[in-house]
Design a protein around this ligand. Sequence first.
Ligand SMILES: CC(C)(COP(=O)(O)OP(=O)(O)OC[C@H]1O[C@@H](n2cnc3c(N)ncnc32)[C@H](O)[C@@H]1OP(=O)(O)O)[C@@H](O)C(=O)NCCC(=O)NCCS
Length: 176
Amino acid sequence: MNDPELRRLRVEDAPDVLAAFTRASDMARQGEVKDLRSAITYVEGLTELAGPHLAFAVVYQGRVVGVVGVTVDSGNRNGWFWYWMHAAFRGRGWTSRAAATIADWALGEGGLHRLELGHRVNNPSSGSVARAAGFVQEGLERSKLLIDGERLDVVAYSRLPGDPLPVVARLRLTAD
Ligand SMILES: CC(C)(COP(=O)(O)OP(=O)(O)OC[C@H]1O[C@@H](n2cnc3c(N)ncnc32)[C@H](O)[C@@H]1OP(=O)(O)O)[C@@H](O)C(=O)NCCC(=O)NCCS
């Protein structure tokens, strides 16, 4: 199986984004995408030129199967790091490799000095992705989220430029 590649997300990717959101209920927390119009709005928000987001598509056989993003806090040169993968393409290590590649880029060419992310405690695969991408656990935000009537802790991670580099193989990141 060939590796996927990474490039910037584009508005033309909206149908693939819609496919990922409609495939799995756990995508609901990633954004308001329920039809093509809302998928276009979601992608437009992430790709706005003057906006805070840097969104990278994970492309496999011409189709966007996942997204890794960094939402930039330019004043502090920090980035909030996030990711999702279409349910049919999970468990292949692609999100981990994509996240490691984009985190390297963000702390290098991207000019950021701190990346941060958080995941609810009952989403362990997100924690695996974070650690594989070189993030270090900083703490536990107690009772942070209210999901389906239950208050959940969130595990907080960060990656700084001097942290040990991840060992996973990186994906190809193209400039366009
Ligand atoms: C979280 C998510 C991005 C992981 O994507 P993925 O493509 O499966 O990630 P990878 O294939 O790189 O696997 C990451 C790790 O999770 C593990 N994993 C996969 N499903 C798991 C599960 N249900 N429980 C525990 N671990 C799991 C994998 O074994 C792998 O661990 P390893 O490297 O230690 O073997 C994906 O499940 C997703 O898109 N979920 C919905 C959106 C979301 O929750 N995003 C994160 C918000 S904080």
